[in-house]
Design a protein around this ligand. Structure first.
Ligand code: MG
Length: 331
């Protein structure tokens, strides 16, 4: 709770009031949505809550609201005193409907590297726990992807843009895709490193660097999308500097190039082809390592695994390969 921004905290206060007006004992997702709208009207500026059958909260008459709250507190206090005679103090009959909302909002903020939790994260979490509400808002032009963009663009101290501003920004953006492919022969006595993670296996890639096919294909896809050549031009395998190099360095270099060219990674999709070992169980760690090197959230990286059905060099376990498509946006 102490990571909440002023507007985030205000959203909870207004949500509390919304629940109070409906004489509910719990703050539900709809109340929180109303609270978010009151605290940061900009974020839901293009969404008419009333057209979704939700009556927006009128927060213009603060004195009346205070009066109403005081009355409810008193009632609650009296009710509790009767139940537990002799116990003084004010009892609040309210509970925050879903602890889950705060947990999801916190995780969302973490995943985009923010320190504070703002109204975009609360909105994201609200829609995650209430799929019905998410469906309604999706129809009103505020779908999950758009809310996620609000969270991605969130900066500590600012509360994000309205959807209208965002659509305008999106329209000015350029999208570019790049493709990357890599293959390495597998031989005994080499470490098998894929996606920055060492996997237990009796063979590994033959190569100048650590031979990480996934990282190499990813690097090429990113460089291709940015129109910045390929991995060979940036890290020639004739240069002893790159002998045995950790391929995460290549991705970090690609990331710097993207910054210089004002490109951001929108999405990366990859497939790694190998007969053995099974890669799926290692994907969470690989995504973490790749996302860290590229400075993006793991939500931007998608990994898939395939075998080659026993056919060709890959099928015989003599090689490992990867294909990657990277999509960038200008910023
Ligand atoms: Mg390679």
């Amino acid at each position: 709770m102490n990571r909440l921004t002023d507007k985030g905290r205000a959203a909870l206060h207004w949500a509390f009031l919304a629940a109070l007006r409906e004489e509910k004992n719990e703050i539900g997702s709809i109340h929180l949505l109303m609270g978010i709208q009151c605290a940061n009207p900009q974020i839901l500026a293009d969404v008419s809550l009333s057209s979704l059958g939700i009556s927006p909260l009128d927060v213009s008459d603060v004195a009346q609201i205070q009066q109403e709250m005081q009355k409810r507190f008193m009632q609650a206090s009296l009710a509790r005193s009767k139940e537990e005679s002799g116990v003084p103090g004010i009892a609040v009959p309210f509970a925050f409907g879903s602890k889950e909302i705060m947990e999801i909002a916190a995780k969302c903020s973490d995943s985009f590297g923010a320190r504070t939790i703002g109204t975009p994260h609360l909105l994201y979490a609200t829609l995650r726990v209430d799929s019905q509400l998410a469906g309604k808002l999706g129809q009103a032009n505020l779908d999950g992807a758009r809310v996620l963009s609000l969270c991605r663009d969130y900066k500590d101290g600012e509360e994000g843009e309205s959807t209208a501003q965002m659509i305008q920004k999106m329209q000015g953006r350029t999208f570019r895709s790049g493709i990357g492919y890599d293959l390495h022969r597998l031989a005994g006595g080499r470490k098998l490193i894929v996606g920055g993670i060492e996997l237990p296996f009796d063979k590994g890639p033959v190569g100048h660097s650590d031979g990480d096919v996934l990282a190499h294909a990813m690097c090429d896809a990113i460089l291709g999308a940015a129109g910045a050549g390929d991995i060979g031009t940036h890290f020639p395998d004739t240069d002893p500097k790159w002998k045995g190099a950790n391929s995460m360095l290549f991705l970090e270099h690609a990331r710097k190039l993207l910054d210089e060219k004002h490109f951001a990674i929108e999405w990366i999709d990859a497939v790694v082809i190998t007969e053995k070992p099974k890669l799926g169980p290692h994907f969470p760690k690989m995504r973490e390592a790749l996302a860290k090197a590229l400075g993006v959230s793991i939500d931007h990286i998608h990994l898939k695994a395939k075998t080659n059905e026993g056919v060709d060099a890959i099928g015989r376990g003599e090689a490992i390969a990867a294909h990657v498509v990277a999509t960038l946006t200008s910023r």
